[in-house]
Write a protein of this length. Structure first.
Length: 320
């Protein structure tokens, strides 16, 4: 088994510097920390986790907080988690997925028990009680998402505003002028006020009006049946709608069927930057913990258009 001295020799630093990195007892520049961690990986050095925690009063464990309501673990969520876990490991931390009550009532136990050094909070609502609770508990945290006012909070998020504008640009460029937006129906649930939905709806309504076009918003229930019901509601509200934006993966199939497209073409999608968001969230939190953070990071990343067969030119008469 490799020793600290061997790690120091490999990294070209003193054994004291290796100790500082291993135990987190003193600030070490990110570049030097990276060299030491690379040497540790090459030599398969494994410090004693219990001894490190006792010496530094840190566990080197961070938690990704996820709400304990409904089935909200989507492919994008999985990508957040896996990429954040990989980046945490690269930087000498362990990341755990930790379900929490949407009201944040169980955060005291997680934080006051010293189980984790900091947390990444997901599925953020506009007025999220968990954010207030974390601020009160004075625990380092980063958001994947934004509250109504996140100017004083560290966050990484999808740029939903740009994503909606890009989606409408794509459809309008093909002649569409009557648009629909399908969102998940969260009314009456603990996730009411989910920030991404509110930002998307607000941007959609404002952008459609600014374009002099027609826009209709409907809300879908769970699964394919929810998609079919949403399609019926959308066509009832605007029988001439020709371009539809859907922000609910599990309802897409039902929506296509009920809208009259029986061929299930590959969907044109706005691909979420899940991997980069997870990595940036882990970096933002670990930079706080390691004393390397300069201010509070604000990262907005738009989705990327991936064209497919579900989008075509508007039918004759739809541009009127």
């Amino acid at each position: 088994m490799a020793t600290m001295q061997q790690v120091a020799d490999r990294a070209g630093v003193s054994i004291a510097t290796v100790s500082f990195v291993v135990n987190g007892t003193k600030y070490v520049t990110p570049a030097t920390t990276a060299r030491v961690e690379a040497a540790m990986r090459e030599l398969k050095f494994r410090g004693n986790l219990v001894a490190r925690a006792l010496a530094s009063r840190r566990t080197r464990i961070i938690a990704l907080l996820f709400p304990t309501v409904g089935n909200r673990f989507s492919p994008t969520t999985s990508e957040f988690f896996m990429s954040a876990a990989e980046r945490a490991s690269q930087r000498g931390y362990h990341l755990v997925l930790w379900p929490v009550d949407p009201a944040g009532e169980d955060l005291d136990d997680l934080v006051s028990g010293g189980l984790v050094d900091g947390v990444v909070l997901m599925e953020v609502r506009m007025d999220d009680p968990r954010v207030r609770k974390l601020s009160e508990l004075d625990v380092p945290f980063t958001l994947i998402g934004r509250t109504r006012d996140s100017s004083d909070l560290p966050f990484v998020d999808i740029d939903f505003e740009t994503t909606i504008e890009d989606s409408l640009d794509h459809l309008q460029g093909l002649g569409h002028r009557r648009f629909g937006l399908v969102l998940e129906n969260l009314e009456g649930t603990p996730m009411a006020g989910y920030a991404p939905h509110l930002r998307v709806e607000d941007t959609f309504r404002r952008s459609v009006a600014a374009r002099g076009a027609v826009g209709t918003v409907v809300y879908a229930g769970a699964g394919s049946e929810g998609g079919r019901e949403a399609a019926r509601a959308l066509l009832d509200a605007d029988p001439e709608v020709s371009g539809v934006l859907v922000m609910k993966d599990d309802s897409s199939a039902g929506l296509l069927v009920a809208a009259g497209d029986q061929h299930h073409p590959r969907l044109t999608t706005m691909v979420a930057p899940g991997r980069e968001l997870g990595e940036r969230a882990a970096d933002a939190l670990i930079d706080q913990l390691d004393g390397a953070s300069e201010g509070k990071p604000h990262f907005l990343l738009p989705c990327v258009l991936r064209p497919a067969e579900s989008v075509a030119a508007a039918p004759t008469g739809a541009t009127a």
